[in-house]
Design a binder for this molecule. Structure first.
Ligand code: C2O
Ligand code: CU
Length: 405
């Protein structure tokens, strides 16, 4: 782990035969890819989970350039925690002005400190009802100490992917001048200069351009902030011999991806998504498998969360949309925990307080007691799951779907 990187040029076809040699059923989801619904890999919604010993052929065209990833989408709380994921990188058709790039998959592994083996409690009621499964061995591309080389004034592209089950990474730069170029695979209209810290929630990606400002012999860092303390997530010792690389101007934006329609919020239908449940929450009762259950009864079934009063996938979708229609979803987090809401198949924009639209994203972090609104053009027909990417939460109620016909 991580799985082999899949790397193609924008517009190229990706074909992979998934052969399931695991002892349990699985499927592969291509996170962030605008894909045909039948290839989205959501077990139970877009395909049957592939049984042990069987295979499934995935086939799609990578129409968007950017940083994506693939991961198991059946029993994800266990399978992703075990490392069933990898990067999916789609290169721009024209080369980008950087000297080098690094794909950095961040994760935290929950290890037994005595045996250094993965903690096998993948169904933990505590993890499900609280912040999710959080690990104690924080790693980049599977290794705790990652050291990469750098040269003064070099411009690197860092592709950050958060593959953790639940950890929200709070990050900063040291010895670099940096710009956020893209969120969740979609370029920003204007690069955002990094000052201070930035967040990377489960499922999210950030493309950074960083210029090495640390002097020869010093070390630059991607810094992780944990309980207000800084740690080196990845270190970049700068070569001792000064180089002749000249400092560059601030970067120009990456080329936008094709056919991204801007949502017309004034014409959109508004849907409500009310999230309830969890420890210290206010959930009294909810519908589970068609029956009304008290919170106590839900707890007995290891279920803790509801969307609009329903635990887990509902029979009817959150929204029935016709292709091309614009939808708004007002998400109210009536719980005390943050949730990283991920919509499959289509990117959305946040509708900000001043009515302006935020950047394109596929995963939005919503903190406890917050209300945030998103808008998107339902440009992709199919059944699209909309769920919390804290995978313990997905497994205990936090999933719904939208239907585009
Ligand atoms: Cu990255 Cu539904 O998942
Ligand atoms: Cu959640």
């Amino acid at each position: 782990m991580p799985g082999t990187m899949i790397r193609v040029k924008q517009g190229e076809r990706v074909t992979r035969r998934f052969v399931n040699d695991l002892p349990q059923a699985s499927s592969i989801h291509w996170h962030g890819v605008r894909i045909d619904n039948s290839m989205d890999g959501v077990a139970g919604l877009t395909q049957k989970a592939v049984p042990s010993g069987e295979s499934f052929d995935y086939d799609f065209t990578a129409q968007d350039a950017g940083t994506f990833w693939y991961h198991a989408h059946n029993r994800s709380m266990e399978q992703v925690a075990r490392g069933l994921y990898g990067a999916l990188i789609v290169d721009e058709t024209e080369p980008v002005d950087v000297d080098r790039e690094e794909v950095l998959i961040l994760d935290d592994w929950l290890l037994n400190p005595e045996t250094a083996q993965l903690d096998p409690e993948f169904d933990s009621p505590h993890d499900k009802s609280h912040a999710g499964r959080r690990g104690n061995y924080i790693a980049t591309n599977g290794a705790a100490f990652t050291e990469l080389s750098a040269k003064q004034n070099e411009r690197l592209r860092l592709r950050l992917i958060n593959a953790a089950n639940a950890r929200i990474f709070q990050l900063a730069l040291s010895g670099f001048e940096g710009w956020i170029m893209a969120y969740d695979g979609m370029p920003l209209d204007e690069p955002e200069k990094v000052s201070g810290t930035f967040l990377l929630a489960p499922g999210q990606r950030i493309d950074l351009f960083v210029d090495v400002t640390a002097a020869p012999g010093e070390t630059a860092h991607l810094v992780r902030i944990d309980d207000e303390e800084g740690f080196s997530q990845v270190s970049f010792p700068v070569e001792a011999t000064p180089t002749s690389i000249a400092a560059r101007e601030a970067p120009l934006p990456l080329p936008p991806n094709p056919d991204m329609k801007v949502p017309d919020v004034g014409k959109a239908r508004l849907f409500q998504l009310n999230m309830e449940g969890g420890a210290m929450g206010r959930l009294q009762s909810a519908t589970y498998n068609g029956e009304t259950k008290s919170f106590r009864e839900l707890v007995a079934e290891n279920q803790f969360w509801s969307f609009n009063g329903v635990v887990g996938m509902s029979e009817t979708p959150l929204a029935e949309l016709s292709t091309g229609e614009t939808a708004r979803v007002s998400i109210h987090n009536d719980t005390v925990f943050p949730h990283a809401m991920h919509l499959h198949g289509m990117h959305f924009r946040e509708v900000l307080d001043d009515g302006k639209l935020g950047p394109l994203r596929d995963t939005l972090l919503v903190f406890g007691d917050e209300t945030r609104e998103i808008a998107f053009v339902a440009g992709n027909p199919g059944k699209w799951i909309f769920h919390c990417h804290m995978l313990a939460h997905t497994a205990s109620g936090m999933a719904t779907w939208v239907n585009v016909t």
